[in-house]
Each structure stands twice: as C-alpha cells, then as structure tokens.
Design a protein around this ligand. Sequence first.
Ligand code: APR
Length: 229
Amino acid sequence: MPRVVVLTGAGISAESGIPTFRDADGLWEGHRVEDVATPEGFERSPMVVHRFYDARRAALAEVEPNPAHHALAELERRLGDDLLVVTQNIDDLHERAGSTRVLHMHGELLSALCLGCGRRSRWTHDLGDLPPCPRCGSCELRPDVVWFGEIPYQMDRIQDALESADLFVSVGTSGAVYPAAGFVQYAARCGARTLELNLVPSAGTSMFHESRHGAAGVLVPEWVAELLR
Ligand code: APR
C-alpha cells in the first residue's frame, strides 16, 4: 500500500455546513482578517476575536462529518500509519468521523492556549467571559488557533511525512495560504504523485499531476474506493 498524505481545507467541511473562507458568503466576506485572525487584532480588541471564535465553536455542535470525512477515516482503518491527514481546519470533524492520525496545522477550536503559562487545555465553552486557565488560574486564555503572521503547528512532522509520501492529495483548499499551498511542490519534488480534489481549480491546480473537480462528499469516497480496490 502507498504512503499517503492528505491535506484538507475548508472545502471538505463545506457540505457539513461550515462556511469556507474565500467563497461567496465565506467567512472573509463578513469579517476583516486583520480584525479576527491576527495577533494585532487580538491585542486591539480581544472581545471581537473571542466572539468570532466562540460563535464558531458553538456552531460545531450543530454539524456532523460528511461522506468525505468518513471516507478518510475508512482509509486510515485500511492504511494505518501509512496515512496522515494534515488539516488546515480548526473543526473536529475528522476526529468525529473516526480519524486519529490528524495534524491540525492551524490549531483547533476545541483547544485554548494560556498566554500566562503557555499550556493548552481542551475547551468546549466560550472564552469571551475570560475564564481562568484550568492549569495556572490566570485569565489569559486565547483561542488555540494559528493566526496570520504566526507559524503553523507541527511543520517538522508534516515535512517528514511529505518527504516519505508516495501520494499527496489536496482536498477542498483554495491554495491561497502558505505554507500549505506549497506542500504540493515539495511532495512532488520528493517523489510523490500529486492529486487535487476540489470544487473548482485551485490557485495551484497546474502544479498537480492530476486534478478532479467536484464536491468533496462525492470525489473523496470515489477516490478512496479506487485506491482500495
Ligand atoms: N467540495 C470540495 N471543495 C469545495 C467545496 C466542496 N463541497 N466547497 C468549497 N470548496 C473549495 C472552494 O472552491 C475553495 O477552493 O474549497 C476551497 C476553500 O478555500 P478557502 O475558503 O480559501 O479555505 P482554505 O483553503 O481552507 O483556507 C486556508 O486560510 O484563512 C485561512 O486559516 C484559514 O485554514 C484557512 C486557510
């Protein structure tokens, strides 16, 4: 069986009802990136930022994984350690579908990071009422998400996985944000075959050996079935 790295973006959760960022009605249509997704925005108006992520955390309770998440969980059951999912998403839909080998390079909504002690805690409630850190007691929790200008998580592990991958598949991402947008070139240089599964051609579509366009809920189960045939 091949060693596979799957990169996922907001498009894989769109059919579950979570808005993407850059499509019509996407999150960046209604919010300024610099207000809600930068360290400077948080310093200026922490409440605006907390309200934005608190609403998104609460909305997670209303959504379910879709066939694309389930297909990747099935693929992990078959490939085991030979599959790694690297997600830019901060939702927990991969885990709820049953995936366990998932790296959240942009952090997680269900985690809070304490600016006092630097430790993380699982977080399912609001942060806007400034609750104390369960570990050190200071009221300096922030969403444990990677904002613009910050360094994505787990880059060493991601790089190692890309270097040893036989196949790199990108699902539901516009290819607008680096470093994730550069993974396709890196994986290909290291010898992987590369495949894009996205609703429309992404910014980097020409960098893939193959691109298929359509809904993730259809394309991902089809591709998984093909791989396991
Ligand atoms: N199936 C497949 N692809 C879809 C679907 C769907 N049902 N719906 C939308 N898409 C595609 C869109 O065509 C678009 O190319 O998903 C992509 C989503 O792109 P973005 O909104 O830019 O999301 P993403 O690529 O994940 O953004 C990367 O940017 O703002 C930051 O931190 C944020 O992690 C995010 C990063």
